[in-house]
Design a binder for this molecule. Structure first.
Ligand code: NAD
Length: 980
């Protein structure tokens, strides 16, 4: 550990070196900030104008996917004509925009030129020309192959092949190069000239830490790359991607290197990111491993390129943010990890990837202080960026390696955007140096750790606030192990539960293995249902009189109990309805959210309101419960939907007769027990187990006031008919909350990001085997991208494994029961007569499995395009333009969810207005609505409720009343405070 005096001396040296490097670098300007062409000028202007910066990046993002000049012209206009700016220079831009089509080819050429500053061409001699000129500097290289996101097995093997070919080709080329000691030699020998950077996600159809196949497949593919590298004397560096992949990436890297054949070769390195809050600890662990293994490895220390995304993803999921929020903290962490690496020079070859002169100078000075020779570590910089800094570092005698992306521009665009963002962000060293011309002293001073932020007021004030339950993070091994153990425990418990024979029992079976009985529940008889109705009727006045706060507290308590039991509940759900790990957990989270959210909502609504202030009269508006509520739920979200409807009815003060679906009775029991434990009185909530007959009996009962139903359209419409027929003895009109099915469409526009669209279409269509009311079952593809997208969709689907969901390798589990299986297979047969079935995947014979099926050229009016199938069957429909696509999407009796993938602002706007569904999703999947964030429910024949998980939902279980009292008696008006 360095003492304070050492630190001060070190810092003085760092600043001195940084200043001298700065002087050297200041003579040049990096090419990005040389604003010569239109695009260069736009980048310059965008530094001062956030709306222009957003428009510019979005435009650059979409550009490579635009084929015709008219398309480019249209997007140019859509993105820039509306940019609100004050800069006079933008007049030129405005002209360009209005010239639209005319300037399109120039703009495209400009962007290609810009992109080629960052991404080299792989073909022909281009690459070797670049490498040769780098060697002249002298600078070594590491190649990063940019490509489309890997979404299928075919793409993964093609990528691996590309890596192998590239290594071989470069090994042959580089063998002829004369030695340059500075970049080819290290204290412990020759440095491989060929250096390949590999993203592990590119080696697997879907890199998912939850799926054990990911590790097995990627490990094998990396092994082959390492083998080839060892044979060729090349180096491989494993790149680091998002935080969710880190643990698995490190695990794969280490486990391959633990194999005996790789004890000494190849030269292998891994990237670590200083912006992660646990970067130092993680680095220490890796160093310890290398020591134990007695193996030299390389570490490339970077700050991290996914900062915006990491923050956004963590916030979406309510997970702790894994990155430092303050740039100075990242810089400080970088210096801390720099020391750790240099101090471990016995096993670590450190590479410092940065353009920040302070960080680089710090590494150089620290190395000297620790005693690492100048050729014992290296500096890495990105191709096309910070060339003056690179020159200054080379002049200073350092070994420099350039990180060189190669490949096509279209798939390389996300890389380009990341680089542009980095260059132009307010905290970028380059921007501060070259564009903002900040004072050098400020730029090179020692980064300070930010002061701890005091907790937000809402958290410290004690006021309870609604917050969505965070899902389990299955990227962490400890959570995967925990859930696997819970599954085994729960299965054991279910097996040991007592069975009774005879009539009057409902069996719960595992749909993946129908021979496995999970439990039994007593079926409620008609007479028992009547008794329950009578009991509830009698208790209602008391429940109504219970203060809303007490009822809300019961829900808060139930939420707390559910949180404690969440692992077991998710495991039970997995077995009872055949849901995968994440989906089962998500259902439990949603159930907890409903309990919490509706409790908060009731507290909001419970306060009576004075409608108008009059001196002579009080006018009070308030809500009362309706009476008896029948809750009739489906099996597909067996905890969340049942909980949502029950919690809303109960907290509003209604006595609830709760009927779960006959396919998921155990989840019904679990919820019932939790609510009882939370203090809900026996007569306020009664559990009725059974099928449609019990449901129908409740609907018919003149004593029932409100029916909360979620299920199929057929049953829903039947319930509406029945409920609105007044029976003798009935003294009220029933209120029906009725959420029904969907036939949801997802449009993929001609300019969509296809990498993203493929992944989300698959999730939306085949997640939980398509058994979600929100599932995508119609995919509408614009002509231009139809064939390209379709073949990737089919390939990616084919890479999905089918089998029991307790095994996380299986992305596709069983459908709910034999009846569902028969119905879905029947639809597939019908579909084959009406359209072309391009994919019908084989499925295991035991269990209620149906393999995904995809149809193309589907007639939009055919049965498979119009009827809800509720299974893994996808109809793909072609559209000639976006308006046509919208018309096709709206051409349905249903209108629950819908979505579009598009990068055209005008099309997005049009969809907002004209795509008439209850929940519209833009550039994301169309399932998984989150309580409060996305209140959920459909239009047309999809439902008449007002949005589950939204601010109006509880009103359906309440009746508003108004009471007016004249307070004036013979001219005497009571003082204000006594008037209530
Ligand atoms: P379903 O309509 O068969 O059954 C739903 C519930 O209604 C079950 O509890 C069932 O026992 C009961 N029921 C059946 N016949 C009845 C009758 N005549 N009277 C009263 N109750 C009766 O639906 P399901 O198969 O359980 O669920 C799948 C359906 O639910 C799909 O159509 C899906 O789209 C829909 N769903 C809609 C939403 C939404 O929010 N809109 C959410 C989930 C599921």
């Amino acid at each position: 550990m360095a003492s304070t005096t050492d630190t001060t001396a070190l810092d003085r040296d760092v600043q001195q070196l940084a200043r001298s490097l700065y002087r050297k670098a200041a003579q040049h300007k990096p090419s990005l900030f040389e604003a010569q062409d239109l695009l260069g000028r736009m980048i310059d202007w965008s530094l001062d104008d956030e709306s222009l910066r957003v428009a510019l990046f979005r435009f650059v993002d979409v550009l490579p996917s635009l084929e015709s000049s008219s398309e480019i012209g249209r997007h140019l206009e859509e993105y820039f004509a509306r940019v609100d700016h004050a800069l006079s220079g933008l007049a030129i831009l405005a002209q360009a925009v209005h010239a639209g089509t005319l300037v399109a080819p120039i703009v495209k050429r400009n962007v290609i030129k810009l992109a080629r500053r960052f991404i080299a061409e792989e073909s022909g001699n281009h690459l070797t020309t670049v490498l040769n000129s780098l060697r002249k500097e002298p600078a070594a290289f590491t190649i990063d192959v940019v490509g489309e996101a890997t979404v299928s097995d075919g793409e993964a093997t093609a990528m691996q092949e590309r890596y192998l070919q590239l290594m071989r080709r470069l090994a042959a080329v580089s063998a002829k190069w004369p030695d340059i000691a500075r970049i080819d030699e290290a204290p412990n020998g020759k440095i491989p000239r060929v250096n390949l950077s590999v993203k592990l996600s590119s080696l697997c159809a879907r890199f998912d830490p939850l799926d054990p196949n990911t590790e097995a497949i990627v490990r094998e593919r990396l092994r082959q790359l390492f083998r080839e590298a060892a044979a060729l004397g090349a180096a491989v560096t494993v790149d680091m991607e998002q935080y969710a992949f880190r643990e698995l990436t490190l695990q794969i890297f280490r486990s391959v290197l633990e194999q005996e054949e790789f004890r000494a070769q190849p030269y292998a390195a891994i990237a670590l990111q200083a912006y992660l809050t646990d970067a130092a600890q993680n680095t220490s662990e890796l160093i310890k491993w290398a020591r134990r293994r007695k193996r030299r490895i390389g570490v490339r220390l970077v700050k991290g390129a996914y900062w915006d995304s990491e923050v956004a993803w963590a916030k979406q999921k309510n997970w702790p943010i894994p990155v430092f929020l303050d740039k100075a903290e990242t810089d400080a962490s970088y210096e801390q990890v720099t020391r750790l690496l240099l101090e471990s020079h016995d096993v670590i070859d450190a590479a410092f990837g940065s353009h920040n002169l302070r960080s680089l100078a710090h590494a150089i000075v620290a190395a000297k202080q620790i005693g690492v020779p100048a050729n014992g570590y290296e500096m890495q910089m990105l191709y096309g960026m910070a060339e003056p800094v690179r020159q200054a570092i080379i002049e200073n005698g350092q070994r420099v390696r350039v990180y060189l992306p190669v490949g096509e521009l279209l798939p390389g665009i996300s890389y380009l955007i990341r680089r542009l963002m980095e260059n132009t962000s307010n905290t970028s060293f380059l921007r501060q140096t070259y564009a903002d011309k900040k004072d050098i002293d400020g730029l090179i001073k020692a980064p300070e750790h930010a002061k701890p932020i005091s907790p937000r007021r809402s958290e410290s004030s004690g006021a309870r606030q609604f917050r969505n339950e965070a899902p389990i993070d299955f990227s962490l091994a400890k959570n995967r192990e925990n859930f696997a153990e819970t599954l085994a425990d729960v299965r054991g418990e279910l097996k040991s539960s007592r069975r009774r024979g005879g009539e009057g029992w409902i069996d719960s079976v595992n749909p993946a293995n129908p021979g496995e009985q999970l439990g039994q529940v007593r079926a409620t008889s008609g007479a028992e249902a009547e008794k329950a109705i009578a009991r509830a009727t009698q208790f209602f006045p008391e429940w109504r009189a219970t203060p809303a706060r007490e009822r809300a507290e019961m829900l808060f308590k139930a939420a707390a109990i559910m949180r404690e039991q969440r692992w077991q509940l998710a495991a039970k759900e997995l077995f009872e309805v055949g849901k995968g790990w994440r989906e089962s957990d998500a259902d439990v989270c949603e159930a907890i959210d409903y309990l919490d959210y509706y409790a908060h909502e009731m507290l909001r609504l419970a306060e009576p309101r004075e409608t108008q202030q009059l001196a002579s009269e009080t006018n009070t508006y308030f809500y009362e419960p309706r009476g008896l509520a029948a809750v009739i739920a489906p099996w597909n979200f067996p905890l969340a939907i049942l909980t949502g409807m029950t919690a809303a009815a109960l907290v509003a003060g209604n006595c609830v007769l709760m009927k779960p679906a006959e396919q998921s009775p155990l989840m019904g029991v679990s919820l019932f027990e939790i609510l009882q434990k939370a203090g809900v009185p026996d007569d306020a909530l009664q559990l009725l187990q059974g099928g449609g007959d019990i449901g129908a009996q409740l609907v018919r009962s003149p004593q029932v006031h409100v029916i909360a139903f979620t299920g199929s359209r057929e049953v829903g419409l039947e319930i509406l008919r029945e409920a609105y027929t007044t029976k003798s003895g009935q003294t009220h009109v029933k209120r029906v909350v009725c959420e029904m099915g969907g036939k949801n469409a997802l449009i993929v526009d001609s300019d969509a990001d296809l990498d993203e669209a493929v992944v989300h279409v698959i999730d939306s269509a085949f997640g939980y085997q398509g058994q979600k009311c929100s599932a995508a079952s119609r995919i509408i593809l614009l002509n231009e991208i139809h064939d390209r997208f379709f073949s990737r969709l089919v390939d990616a689907t084919q890479s999905l494994k089918i089998g029991p969901p307790e095994d996380p390798r299986n992305a596709i589990g069983p459908v709910i029961d034999g009846e569902a299986k028969a119905r879905i297979e029947n639809y597939i047969r019908t579909g084959k007569k009406q359209a072309k079935c391009v994919l019908e995947m084989a499925a295991p014979k035991d269990g209620y499995f149906v393999g995904p099926a995809i149809f193309r050229d589907v007639d939009p009016h055919s049965r498979i395009a119009q009827e809800e199938i509720f299974g893994p069957v996808l109809s793909v429909i072609k559209a000639k333009d976006f308006e046509h696509a919208l018309a096709l999407a709206n051409d349905s009796q249903f209108a629950l969810t819908g979505g579009i993938f598009s990068r055209s602002p005008a099309h997005i706007e049009l969809a907002r207005k004209e795509f008439r569904v209850g929940n519209l999703y833009i550039n994301r999947g169309i399932t998984g609505a989150v309580v409060e964030r996305q209140p959920f429910g459909g239009l047309k024949l999809s439902g008449i409720g007002s949005k589950a998980g939204g601010p109006d939902y509880l009103l359906q279980f309440l009746e508003p009343r108004t009471i007016s009292e004249n307070t004036l008696r013979h001219g005497f008006m009571p003082p204000e405070q006594t008037r209530k």
